[in-house]
Design a binder for this molecule. Structure first.
Ligand SMILES: Cc1cc2nc3c(=O)[nH]c(=O)nc-3n(C[C@H](O)[C@H](O)[C@H](O)COP(=O)(O)OP(=O)(O)OC[C@H]3O[C@@H](n4cnc5c(N)ncnc54)[C@H](O)[C@@H]3O)c2cc1C
Length: 382
């Protein structure tokens, strides 16, 4: 492809989800501008709500949006600082503090290459435009183009799918402000109240072939989910029946195995990945979003010193490469532990083999005895 009329940028972030916006805001707080390319035409809040735990709130405080967000959410009991946020509220808080023009909506990255002349990355967009960037950060989620460019193996498919929804109770739901989980017959349910009248819930259940055809039809998602939940309390089934149709989503669970995170090569030249693009994990710990926020803080902290007085030469490229290596090495073992814990809990819930279950229990006792230990992580100052 010929790169005529290319636009030149220092930092391009691919994807304007939680991770991309948090990374842009972290850089902005340190006085560094970036461009976020988001393929959707507006902020995309698929999943309706999200539980953020102590480690995620620490990162939000570093981004200076924690206090504002606490006013929109209720603390949940017994989990350290855990609260459930509407995804749209979280995304708007992150985007709202960015300088105008930082996010370019309707911009889909089709491919990335290394510029043979400069060795910096070139991005090819769906409308034929081309951007030459000094740094590319892939926050483009589970099917990441940037991860492809880094030659990372695609995330693995789990035998389960995730259904998420949101139910409003006009007269109040009466549930305590607890994160409730129920595991029955290989179906795992999480329920978190957002406020006194609304509840966010998610379910991991076995994936069936028909799920690939019903994911766009909210009635069918409801029906197949309720059918898979025989033996669950009636109030849970009613919660699913009464969920808002436009809040429902169904996706196959995908994950990067802990060993893929341990050995993954997360940098190529001056491009790297963060968030789900780097370490997508199952929903069993509810940590994907909080871990993405941690990535943003560590990445900005490592990258910013290398971005001052940038030239075009090899020295600049080496400085940026070194900064990205520091980010990856600081994140790697944290993410291996998180994905290993999620993987073990997921395997315990999903497996039908008694031996596999016993092995999982042993691993949990040996390595993950502290149920909330992972939420105590502090990603440090920005
Ligand atoms: C059922 C379920 C429940 C969950 N519950 C929780 C929870 O309670 N707490 C929690 O912390 N986490 C939870 N998670 C995980 C959490 O949702 C994710 O980890 C988080 O959204 C990842 O953010 P991200 O920005 O990395 O990716 P995404 O949110 O996927 O954002 C990626 C963005 O990139 C854009 N994009 C993709 N490709 C391109 C391209 N080529 N060009 C331009 N833009 C592109 C997309 O449009 C999107 O906006 C849950 C996940 C599931 C499946």
């Amino acid at each position: 492809m010929a790169a005529a009329e290319a636009e030149h940028r220092d930092i391009v972030i691919v994807g304007g989800g939680i991770c991309g916006l948090a990374t842009a805001l972290a850089l902005h707080r340190k006085g560094i501008s970036s461009l976020v390319l988001e393929r959707s035409d507006a902020l995309r809040a698929t999943g309706t709500a999200i539980g953020i735990q102590t480690n995620g709130w620490r990162a939000l405080d570093q981004l200076r949006v924690g206090s504002k967000l606490r006013q929109t959410s209720l603390p949940l009991k017994g989990l350290g600082e855990a609260r459930c946020l509407r995804r749209s509220v979280l995304l708007e808080a992150l985007a709202g503090d960015l300088p105008s023009g930082t996010i370019r909506f309707g911009s889909r990255v089709l491919a990335i290459e290394t510029d043979p002349q400069t060795s910096y990355p070139i991005l090819w967009l769906h409308d034929g435009s081309v951007i030459k960037a000094k740094v590319v950060i892939g926050c483009d989620g589970v099917n990441s183009e940037v991860a492809n460019f880094l030659d990372l193996r695609p995330p693995r498919m789990s035998p389960t799918c995730n259904v998420r929804g949101f139910t409003i109770y006009p007269d109040g739901h009466g549930y305590p402000h607890d994160f409730v989980t129920i595991n029955h017959n290989r179906v795992f349910l999480g329920r978190i109240p957002l406020d006194d009248k609304s509840v966010y819930w998610f379910i991991a259940r076995p994936w069936t072939h028909q799920d690939s055809t019903i994911s766009k039809n909210s009635d069918l998602i409801k029906r197949s989910t309720v059918e898979s939940m025989l033996g669950f309390p009636a109030e849970i089934l009613e919660m699913i029946e009464n969920s808002k149709p436009d809040s429902l989503s169904l996706t196959r669970t995908s994950y990067r195995a802990p060993w893929d995170v341990l050995f993954g090569s997360f940098r190529k030249g001056t491009a790297t990945v963060a968030g789900d693009a780097m370490h997508v994990m199952g929903p069993f710990l509810g940590q994907g979003g909080s871990a993405a926020l941690e990535d943003a803080i560590v990445l900005a902290r490592c990258l910013v010193p290398s971005m001052t007085s940038l030239g075009h030469g090899e020295l600049s490229r080496e400085r940026i490469g070194g900064a990205l290596d520091s980010y990856i090495s600081e994140r790697r073992m944290r993410l291996v532990r998180l994905s290993a814990k999620t993987y073990t809990i997921g395997s315990l819930l999903e497996s039908t083999s008694l031996v596999a279950k016993l092995i999982c229990i042993l691993v949990i006792i040996l390595f993950f005895r502290d149920r909330l230990g992972h939420t105590q992580y502090d990603c440090g100052r920005l």
